[in-house]
Write a protein that binds this ligand. Structure first.
Ligand SMILES: Nc1ncnc2c1ncn2[C@@H]1O[C@H](COP(=O)(O)OP(=O)(O)OP(=O)(O)O)[C@@H](O)[C@H]1O
Ligand SMILES: [Mg+2]
Length: 267
């Protein structure tokens, strides 16, 4: 199962990506966490200590994709070698054995765009389509709706559009969802994060109703998230019973139930 997260800056993509990853890993799934943000911080959110995270190296295209041209001149990409090898060479292991890879990174000041890296992420996600049902790949992305125009998040089983309960954040979701549907992504779900009260809830549902958005879940505003951040810890390690973790764990179950992966321990 392949899941990507998108949404406005600061909406909570990385917090949700990391917490979902750790929850799935604890449910018995084998989890790959791919950081598609050129300003990466998924490893930290997963609980990888800072000194260990320095071992992460951006995965170069040729290390993960093998490109061949067929007789008709059509190029086809395949995984160049087992993902485990790529993880061992370029990645790190987060707690609960979550494999972390950094997929994108700036080339340097004034060195131009990184469209090629986004293309690589799209192709790698395509290659991960037929993985065993007990494997989950989670792609965190930068706050940009260009993922949709570039098609970076095209090849996923579920796209989670994370929004905060205020109008400008919801507007981003309102722009992203139709683009994602145009890309042909079947499961495009909105997750409302940092929801404080009934008024927030009502605002989200009103916006969703009038813009044809499907809300999959609500994650409450939770002081524990900032606390975990301040202490450089993963949220699930800081407080596994916090309201945000409980909500994200419920989300993990409904995504798996609806996107087709039963929990290995349940089967
Ligand atoms: N449910 C929550 N309750 C309280 N604070 C939260 C919650 N979710 C996220 N935050 C806080 O919001 C901030 C942004 O979170 P996060 O980094 O996960 O967002 P993001 O969408 O990945 O941001 P960016 O667009 O910069 O990548 C962080 O300070 C985080 O601690
Ligand atoms: Mg982020």
């Amino acid at each position: 199962m392949r899941i990507a997260l998108t949404g406005k800056g600061g909406s909570g993509k990385t917090t949700l990506a990391a917490t979902l990853a750790r929850v799935y890993a604890r449910r018995g799934f084998r989890v790959n966490a791919l950081d598609g943000d050129p300003n990466p911080n998924l490893a930290a959110a997963l609980g990888v200590p800072a000194d260990e995270a320095t071992r992460l190296r951006r995965v170069p295209r040729e290390a993960i994709l093998d490109e061949r041209t067929d007789n008709g001149g059509q190029a086809h990409a395949h995984l160049a070698r087992p993902l485990d090898e790529v993880l061992a060479e370029f990645g790190v292991e987060a707690p609960d054995r979550v494999g972390v890879l950094t997929m994108t990174g700036l080339l340097g000041a004034g060195q131009g765009c990184i469209c090629g890296q986004h293309g690589m992420v799209r192709e790698v996600m395509e290659q991960l389509a037929d993985r065993p049902s007990d494997e989950v790949t989670i792609l965190d992305s930068e706050a940009s709706i260009e993922h949709l125009s570039r098609g970076t998040v095209r090849n996923v089983d579920a796209l989670l559009v994370v929004t905060e309960p205020y109008y400008r954040s919801l507007e981003t979701a309102g722009r992203v969802v139709p683009l994602a549907r145009e890309l042909g992504i079947e499961r495009v779900w909105v997750i409302a994060n940092k929801v404080r009260d009934e008024r927030d809830r009502a605002a989200i549902y009103a916006y969703a109703d009038s813009h044809d958005l499907e809300i999959l879940g609500i994650v409450p505003y939770d002081e524990r998230v900032a606390e975990a951040d301040r202490r450089g810890r993963a949220l699930v390690d800081h407080d596994p019973t916090s309201p945000a973790v409980v909500a994200i764990a419920a989300l993990a179950d409904s995504i798996a139930a609806r996107a087709g992966s039963a929990a290995p321990s349940a089967g």
